[in-house]
Design a protein around this ligand. Structure first.
Ligand code: FMN
Length: 233
């Protein structure tokens, strides 16, 4: 058996490689506008899907399944499903927040030339239930890890990803013929974009701001703050 244990002293990531990873983390954005019409070619798409496929997964289950949606009729139908869910969501807000919500652009479903529907096969026997006896939801967490991998890889390829959760999952399952036992985890717009914003859209539009990190970190007990010796941002 080949051992490949790397100690910090042998770190084989150069400073440039390390900063590229942190840059991708910082500059990844949720993109809902500015998609270009040119579709993603299969070689690039497969690089992104392979990045997702290398995510950690409970018991090495790899429960992710992907549907690449390019058909225009389907993309329009998904947009219709979004519009219905979005008007229900709008009705839950009052006053100024409602005004603000109505001005937000929360999807790029018609502009993006392809969508990616990301699913979790909860009935897969891969992984032999390891790690899921006490926390069955970890199969879904694994799929979310895969989505994050894809999202970061996409950023480095100049490809925007926008997660659209304002959708009735049953309607999406019917439309895309997704079987029972396979759960919708994410519906993503994906495509080349003109630009990436340096701040989240919701921050730029006054909906929410990035939280301070320090109060979110505790030491030993939940009710004990972590006394940071560092300015944590
Ligand atoms: C689980 C999940 C669901 C989301 N659903 C939506 C959505 O329906 N519409 C939307 O505009 N953004 C959605 N987002 C994106 C968030 O609004 C975005 O991540 C957040 O505002 C921070 O911005 P950033 O991703 O550009 O850093 C979602 C993100 C996650 C992780």
């Amino acid at each position: 058996m080949v051992e490949s244990l790397v100690t910090p002293a042998q770190n084989d990531f150069s400073a440039a490689e390390r900063s590229a990873v942190y840059r991708a983390l910082r500059e990844r954005r949720d993109v809902r506008a500015g998609y270009l019409p040119q579709p993603i070619d299969d070689a690039t798409l497969y690089r992104l899907l392979a990045a997702a496929h290398h995510a950690p997964s409970v018991g090495f289950m790899q429960p992710w399944r992907f549907i690449v949606v390019r058909d225009e009729g389907l993309r329009r139908a998904v947009h219709g499903i979004f519009e219905r869910a979005n008007s229900d969501a709008l009705a839950r807000y009052q006053g100024e927040r409602r005004q603000l919500y109505s001005r937000l652009k929360l999807e790029g479903l018609l502009e993006a030339p392809q969508h990616l529907c990301v699913l979790c096969d909860e009935e897969s026997e891969r992984g032999h239930s390891l790690g899921r006896n006490t926390m069955p939801e970890t199969s879904i967490y694994s799929v979310v890890c895969a989505i994050q991998n894809l999202w970061l890889a996409a950023r480095t390829e100049g490809i925007g990803v926008g997660w659209v959760s304002i959708l009735d999952p049953r309607a999406i399952k019917n439309l895309l013929r997704i079987p029972a036992g396979t759960q919708l985890v994410a519906y993503l717009c994906i495509g080349y974009v003109r630009a990436f914003s340096d701040v989240p859209d919701l921050e730029r539009n006054g909906w929410e701001q990035r939280a301070e990190l320090t109060p979110l970190v505790r030491a030993d007990y939940f009710d004990q703050p972590y006394a940071a010796h560092h300015d944590m941002r």
